[in-house]
Design a protein around this ligand. Structure first.
Ligand SMILES: Cc1cc2nc3c(=O)[nH]c(=O)nc-3n(C[C@H](O)[C@H](O)[C@H](O)COP(=O)(O)OP(=O)(O)OC[C@H]3O[C@@H](n4cnc5c(N)ncnc54)[C@H](O)[C@@H]3O)c2cc1C
Length: 466
């Protein structure tokens, strides 16, 4: 519990209405979207309205030795927004203004609490396009996206959040407010500290403003769905699609276990369907139509037993539902599930997917795979049946084996969800002890007293698995 003197000083910074210390409010902020994560109650929740208020809080926290945990919408899946060492949660949701959408220089200036979809819509109103599209875009915030370097289906063509960051305003652990990057498409003036902040999960600085790059909106999108009777053929078709001369704007895979949990979407999928690929191409009207035709040919040549091409937007939406409904449907049949987001070089995708299913069989656990196959990023979902004894231990063993497999294939333990607390024990497995140590030195240089989101990303003593 915070001393009265500290609470009063915090209230003076953000105003009484925006400083919460009552147990009911603190309990609300003890969670994020991470399954199985133990609640972690902060000692105070503060809702700053400006970079200056954030800086004031951070300076006070530094003087008092209090952890500071920035938080957007709390949709992260790796425990990142939980105050695992207590201290202050900084809920950034009042800083939710789109400060500018500049159509002439293809840029937007935003505060961190802007919901991602709101920027997508504001850009769209001016014929522009903000490509990063995490599937939580209607809820998550740009601050959270920047801190996690979020991706989504379109990353296969357009890349992840980092590719759209030109400049950031950041509050450092010292309480200094700095501007990193440049509002130009190119700049090589010194070390790229702006990129260092992206994906740093709130452990190196608190983002209080971002200048983001926008693109001209594509004129047309075409959507296809290809059905395969063998999962391996679908995985191989993903690689073939990338070699076909077309760069799809999305290639999403849904495996048989995921398909089986979907409600009837009126797609009349064949009984023997073992996987589907939902794909999108975009560009000028002529380019999109040509690319969709080429992609359909590639799918048929790759062994698809059926290829559907949406005739209009309503049909496109129906095809996309086969992908979008997977997460909610899995949650309905298995409320307890562990969702990993591994990524491999796409040439290794067939081995990765069949290896993961093999491991699940070996460990006697249920596994469903779906996700952004076009860039090799697969969501591996272990569905827990809590009435089976030893289930949690079997799933944990399966997860560890999946990480071994993925790292052995030259992949990464996380493509977009970050490390947080749930994967910190595996960071050394992928990066090696020397690189983890280098990261510790970067953290110590920027946050010598370790007040920014402590207990995240870097393995805790005795936890590392190299
Ligand atoms: C249904 C669902 C679908 C999802 N789909 C995707 C997907 O397709 N792609 C994807 O990448 N992720 C996905 N996610 C994960 C999640 O939505 C993203 O990680 C998102 O970027 C988190 O944003 P947030 O605002 O909720 O951040 P939070 O969860 O509040 O915070 C995430 C991290 O960012 C830090 N942080 C927040 N704001 C700031 C700031 N201003 N400065 C510094 N650090 C900050 C926090 O400390 C924390 O470490 C999904 C999650 C759900 C629940």
């Amino acid at each position: 519990m915070l001393a009265r003197r500290v609470r009063k000083a915090l209230q003076e910074i953000v105003g009484e209405a925006h400083a919460r210390f009552d147990p009911a409010q603190l309990a609300l902020y003890a969670y994020d979207a991470t399954p199985f994560a133990a609640p972690a109650q902060p000692d105070g929740v503060l809702m700053p309205a400006s970079a200056e208020e954030v800086a004031g809080i951070v300076r006070l926290a530094g003087a008092e030795g209090l952890p500071v945990v920035p938080r957007g919408a709390g949709t992260n899946l790796t425990g990142g927004a939980r105050a695992v060492q207590g201290g202050l949660v900084l809920a950034m949701t009042r800083m939710d203004r789109i400060l500018a959408v500049d159509a002439d220089s293809f840029q937007a200036v935003v505060q961190p609490g802007v919901v991602t979809e709101d920027l997508q819509e504001a850009a769209g109103e001016q014929g522009l396009f903000y490509p990063p599209d995490p599937q939580s875009a209607d809820t998550c915030t740009l601050g959270g996206n920047l801190a996690e370097n979020a991706g989504g289906p379109r990353a296969v063509k357009y890349g992840v959040t980092r590719q759209y960051v030109l400049a950031l305003q950041v509050v450092l652990a010292s309480g200094q407010i700095v501007r990193l990057g440049a509002r130009t498409l190119k700049s090589v003036a010194g070390y790229d500290l702006c990129s260092l902040m992206v994906g740093s999960e709130g452990t190196l600085g608190i983002i209080t403003e971002a200048t983001l790059r926008l693109l001209p909106a594509p004129e047309r999108r075409e959507t296809l769905l290809a059905v395969f009777e063998r999962l391996r053929d679908a995985a191989k078709a993903v690689c073939a699609s990338m070699r076909s001369g077309v760069i799809p704007s999305a290639v999403e895979l849904v495996d048989e276990a995921s398909l089986r949990c979907l409600p009837d979407l009126g797609l009349d999928l064949p009984e023997a369907a073992a996987a589907v690929l939902v794909m999108e191409v975009d560009g000028s009207a002529a380019e999109a139509v040509r690319a969709a035709g080429r992609l359909a040919e590639v799918m048929q040549a790759g062994g698809a037993c059926r290829v559907m091409r949406a005739a209009d937007e309503a049909e496109a939406e129906r095809l996309w539902k086969a992908r979008r409904e997977v997460g909610p449907s899995l949650a309905r049949i298995a409320p307890l599930r562990i969702n990993e987001d591994i990524v491999v070089p796409i040439a290794r995708l067939p081995e990765a997917i069949s290896g993961i299913h093999e491991l699940a069989r070996e460990q006697d656990v249920t596994c469903a795979c779906f996700g952004h196959a076009g860039d090799g990023n697969i969501h591996v979902n272990f569905l827990l049946q809590p009435d089976r004894s030893g289930e949690r231990e079997r799933v944990e063993r399966a997860v560890a084996r999946v990480f071994d497999l993925v790292v052995g294939l030259g992949g990464s333990i996380t493509g977009e969800h970050g490390v947080g607390t749930t994967k910190q024990a595996f960071l050394g497995l992928e990066l090696g002890a020397e690189v983890v140590e280098l990261m510790r030195r970067v953290k110590a240089a920027l946050d010598p007293d370790g007040i920014l989101n402590p207990g995240k990303v870097l393995p805790l003593p005795g936890l590392g698995r190299a």
